[in-house]
Design a protein around this ligand. Structure first.
Ligand SMILES: Nc1ncnc2c1ncn2[C@@H]1O[C@H](COP(=O)(O)OP(=O)(O)OP(=O)(O)O)[C@@H](O)[C@H]1O
Length: 223
């Protein structure tokens, strides 16, 4: 599904990481950990075609990114939902319209019942008509998850989705990712939060990737 073969990345100076070889299989769940600045966000950007490797081969859904046209990359991105670290919204549009935005920009209309189900699933149905600035941190993150999954992507990438949340809200958010994985979605979740990783134990067969000292390693056994 997503394949790294000896991949390295540099923003122009020294390589941030190199020699990364890894396959993200369909339906797998990976946590991505590592110190601040190790390159977790950069790794995720490679996974959704925002960046192209400096060295090595990166395959997204059987296409090698370096040989993809802009249109190919755009098509691949429709199959990948991203929950960004800072989850930005259009503040003048209600929550429901923000969640439906990925469909709207493709010229499609959200099915009202589906949208309502999705908002109920993330616990935001009562906030459907609210404007994003009125949401709490946890509500914003859940809206970002809903927006990331509205196109039914096969892969969901999340960058520190629980970064500013308390323990209870973090667990609530984790539950959403576990449910998505049980539905067959491939998940990569970047986090510093070891409690989150421990809480997954026994629920889904997740693995932990650690980015450190310019290398990506599979840490420990399966959870
Ligand atoms: N566009 C860019 N141009 C140059 N350097 C960059 C760029 N984006 C990130 N970097 C640098 O690359 C390094 C890795 O950044 P990245 O955001 O991938 O790390 P991270 O592991 O996600 O960090 P954090 O845990 O703090 O979010 C950092 O030193 C950062 O300053």
């Amino acid at each position: 599904m997503i394949g790294f073969e000896n991949v390295g990345y540099s923003y122009g100076g020294a390589e941030l990481f190199s020699g990364v070889s890894l396959t993200l299989a369909p339906g797998s769940f990976h946590f991505l950990t590592g110190p601040s600045g190790a390159g977790k966000t950069t790794f995720l950007k490679l996974c959704y075609g925002e960046l192209v490797p400096t060295t090595g081969r990166l395959t997204l859904f059987d296409g090698e990114v370096r040989s993809m046209s802009r249109n190919d990359v755009a098509m691949v991105r429709r199959r990948i939902g991203v929950v960004h670290q800072d989850c930005q919204f259009l503040d003048h549009l209600p929550v429901a319209a923000n969640v439906a935005l990925p469909l709207t920009v493709c010229g499609r209309e959200a099915d009202v019942a589906n949208l309502q189900d999705l908002l109920t699933w993330v616990g935001l149905r009562p906030h459907a008509d609210a404007l994003p600035p009125s949401l709490s941190g946890g509500e914003r993150q859940r809206a970002a998850v809903a927006r990331a999954v509205i196109m039914s992507p096969e892969v969901i990438l999340a960058d520190e989705p629980t970064g500013n949340l308390d323990a209870e809200m973090s667990m609530r958010l984790l539950k959403l990712f576990i449910e998505l994985n049980r539905m067959g979605k491939t998940i990569v979740l970047a986090t510093h939060d070891m409690n989150l990783i421990r809480a997954t134990k026994g629920q889904v067969p997740a693995r932990v990737l650690r980015l450190q000292n310019r290398k990506l390693q599979l840490a420990g056994a399966d959870l």
